[in-house]
Design a protein around this ligand. Structure first.
Ligand code: GLN
Length: 378
């Protein structure tokens, strides 16, 4: 027997479907993601904390789930909303089906709803708060829960999802022949701030010779500087960047110390805030795997993976910050570089590999900036 499930939006819109995850009630901001692949990576990306994700691609779960593909040890997304889950996954890598994976992690999920209608609503009216209820459903209770959710604006979630303990990371990419993650010789000491870091970022850094120390979001700058790193990495993460004052303060010290610094997504927004700029909430954000972004230095168009609901306000950038990338969807900022410090950042996800790897060279740029800095001080 299939359990019923409902999705209720804060404006009172109700979608009725079936449960394909754990029973229960879960609230969050409802966002749509247009990627055709990567549902497991999306769900396990901590940047989706307090968000209910709908995927516009209609068949989700086709290739099942595999431990090696998790982007974090825990699922932080509030729930999943899809059109259809195939009855049986098919992939030689699959260990469990998507519904089994969701149930084991206590994540609510609804299927058999009109995700095209939902996406049009979110596109036209902007992101809305909502609730998914599975098992014993009750529209009034779900609506009340959706309306009580305060929204992501002003919410500091980086410190909520961050590691509580410092740890080292040495794994590079997965070698499919040996089915093991490869470790490569390290050349640079990098401290990576975990604001909700995705493991593939750590792997791509390790693959380029970075010996990583991952630290909790609220680690003060002096503790990091005492480790004498060659560079600092600022991770992606959930929530609003503005309330993360602890991170902004720490990043200011790294800018002052002229330490090579690279930020991705939330890390990009935090670097901009530390440089004196402002961030704003977008109407429905960018969530997908085929977003064109222009590299303003080369003029090239990069096809990128995106997941953000806040953006750096270009009008607020001080004179020592250069715009390096811009979205060709809506002209919003996608990258910055400081002119007086070796610090730069990117709004999209250079570590994601939904097909294109157009932005992966940014990792090489970070490594090159550490190499140049070390050569200078020799
Ligand atoms: N993926 C991310 O790091 C997201 C950054 C931020 N939470 C936003 O929504 O804009």
């Amino acid at each position: 027997m299939t359990d019923s499930a409902i999705l209720v939006l804060e404006d009172g819109t109700v979608f009725e479907g079936v449960s394909v995850g754990a029973p229960g009630l879960s609230v969050g901001e409802v966002v749509f993601n247009t990627a055709m692949t990567g549902y497991q990576e999306v769900l396990s990306d901590p940047s989706y904390a307090r968000q209910l994700v709908t995927l516009t691609y209609p068949h989700i779960g086709n290739t099942g789930c595999t431990d090696q593909d998790d982007e974090a040890s825990k699922v932080w997304a509030s729930g999943l909303i899809v059109r259809n889950v195939p009855r049986r996954p098919s992939s030689w890598r699959s260990q469990v089906s998507l519904p089994e994976w969701l149930r084991a992690r206590g994540i609510v999920a609804i299927s058999e709803i009109d995700t095209r209608k939902l996406t049009r609503l979110l596109r036209d009216r902007g992101s809305m708060n909502g609730a998914v209820m599975a098992g014993d459903v009750n529209v009034e209770q779900a609506l009340e829960a959706a309306r009580k959710f305060p929204g992501l604006k002003g919410m500091d979630l980086a410190k909520v999802v961050s590691t509580t303990e410092r740890y080292s990371w040495t794994d590079g990419q997965l070698d499919l022949d040996s089915n093991a993650f490869v470790t490569l010789p390290a050349k640079f000491k990098v401290v990576a701030y975990d604001y909700g870091v995705k493991t593939n970022i750590l792997r791509m850094l390790a693959e380029r010779g970075c010996e990583l120390t991952v630290v909790p979001a609220q680690t003060p700058a002096d503790e990091v500087l005492a480790l004498k790193p060659d560079g600092v990495f600022l991770s992606n993460g959930p929530g609003d960047p503005e309330p993360c004052d602890y991170a902004v303060d720490a990043i200011r010290s790294f800018i002052d110390a002229k330490l090579p610094t690279f930020g991705i997504c939330l890390g990009h927004q935090l670097l901009a805030l530390a440089a004196g700029a402002k961030t704003l909430k977008m109407p429905h954000g960018h969530h997908g795997a085929n977003h064109p972004v222009q590299d303003l230095d080369s003029g090239k168009v990069l096809i990128t993976s995106q997941n953000h609901g806040f953006a750096v306000d270009e009008a607020s950038l001080p004179a020592n910050v250069r715009v390096t990338h811009r979205s060709l969807f809506d002209g919003t900022n996608q990258g910055i570089a400081l002119t007086d410090a070796p610090a730069f950042s990117f709004q999209g996800h250079p570590e994601a590999s939904p097909g294109p790897h157009d932005v992966a060279p940014l990792f090489d740029r970070f490594v090159a900036s550490m190499h140049n800095k070390n050569a200078e001080s020799r």
